[in-house]
Design a protein around this ligand. Structure first.
Ligand code: TXA
Ligand code: MG
Length: 310
């Protein structure tokens, strides 16, 4: 589409002069800046009110671009071939010669990298001379943004430009895997672990509750809708918002349905939008029905558990 090309050009020009903009991805929107520029990356932290010790994910167009900055192994290549571009983030070792600025990594020797699938963002990445550091485009510890309106809700005029790519297809953040030694999942996400396991044909450790913070996306207050949330609810009080996995014949004004028939992919896609709507509708608390703990349901439950620690 022509308007998309004009917007991509505008995004490129702003990024080239060190600005931060929001970009669409298939998981959630990202708040992006030049990963080689300290000042651009400092702006990201400031806008998000993000603690400096929480490193950023860097988005690349392809493996060839990544090679300039990171080392990788056979396990990475297997997963890259199968799932990239897609909703998986790898923790890799940085090369000594890497150009990634230390604001991104908080001086760590590792880097979280991802190859987003959204065609608009792929087009943008292809036309840039640098990769994009981009955490989720929401205020720190709050629910991620899955459409351009959510980004504007959180940042208003503080953000120079939102590259609109419609609703994010998956609606939950990427799965993070530390692939350097024994594969270790640091954050459940949009890609099922069982599929990753099949491709690697080795056991994967799930370490998403580390005592020390290797991935602060696991801070308990992450993904918070800003009001108390309880899980596995069978009923809700009238003044409480009630999130249900599938549509009921008889509904009430406080009922919110994640999907028509209980489809977990559809539920994942709608979750963050519904949490934002409930907050806007001034409910003081949320009850959520039991979500089946399989497939993307595991990621939904992970986010709900964190959201319930309000
Ligand atoms: O789907 C996604 O991953 C989205 C889109 C925009 O790509 N991004 C995203 O970024 O969710 P963010 O910053 O909200 O979450 C990234 C997580 C954080 O919890 C951060 O602590 C962790 O990745 N992380 C970043 N660098 C790391 C590293 N070197 N080692 C371990 N964890 C790291
Ligand atoms: Mg985030």
């Amino acid at each position: 589409m022509k308007s998309n090309l004009a917007n991509i050009k505008k995004a490129k020009n702003l990024l080239n002069i060190g600005e931060c903009i929001a970009i669409p991805t298939e998981t959630v929107y990202g708040l992006a800046g030049n990963a080689y520029s300290k000042s651009a990356c400092r702006k990201i932290f400031k806008l998000k009110k993000r603690p400096k010790n929480n490193p950023l994910i860097v988005h690349y167009f392809n493996k060839k671009d990544l090679m300039k900055d990171c080392k990788f192994n056979k396990s990475f290549l297997k997963l890259y071939k199968k799932f990239c571009p897609g909703p998986i983030t790898f923790i890799l070792d940085l090369k000594k010669s890497s150009n990634i600025c230390d604001v991104v990594t908080n001086k760590k020797k590792t880097l979280a990298v991802r190859f987003p699938k959204h065609p608009i963002t792929r087009n943008l990445l292809k036309n840039l001379n640098f990769p994009l550091a981009a955490p989720s485009a929401n205020l720190s510890s709050k629910v991620s943004a899955v459409c351009s309106a959510h980004v504007k809700e959180d940042f208003g005029k503080k953000i120079k430009f939102v590259l609109d790519g419609g609703k994010s297809k998956i609606g939950l953040e990427s799965t993070i895997i530390d692939i350097r030694k024994k594969p270790k999942i640091l954050r459940l996400g949009g890609l099922n672990i069982s599929i990753i396991q099949k491709v690697l044909s080795k056991k994967i450790i799930i370490d998403n509750k580390p005592s020390k913070i290797s991935s602060p996306g696991q801070f308990k207050l992450h993904y918070s809708p800003g009001i108390p949330l309880r899980r596995n609810a069978k009923i809700a009080k009238d003044n409480e918002a009630f999130i249900l996995i599938k549509k009921k014949k008889i509904t009430k004004s406080n009922y919110y349905f994640l999907s028509k028939k209980g489809n977990l992919q559809e539920a994942a896609k709608n979750l963050y939008n519904i949490l934002r709507i409930i907050k806007k509708n001034k409910y003081k608390s949320i009850a959520v029905c039991r979500i089946p703990n399989k497939g993307l349901g595991k990621t939904i439950n992970d986010r709900l558990i964190r959201a319930s620690k309000f």
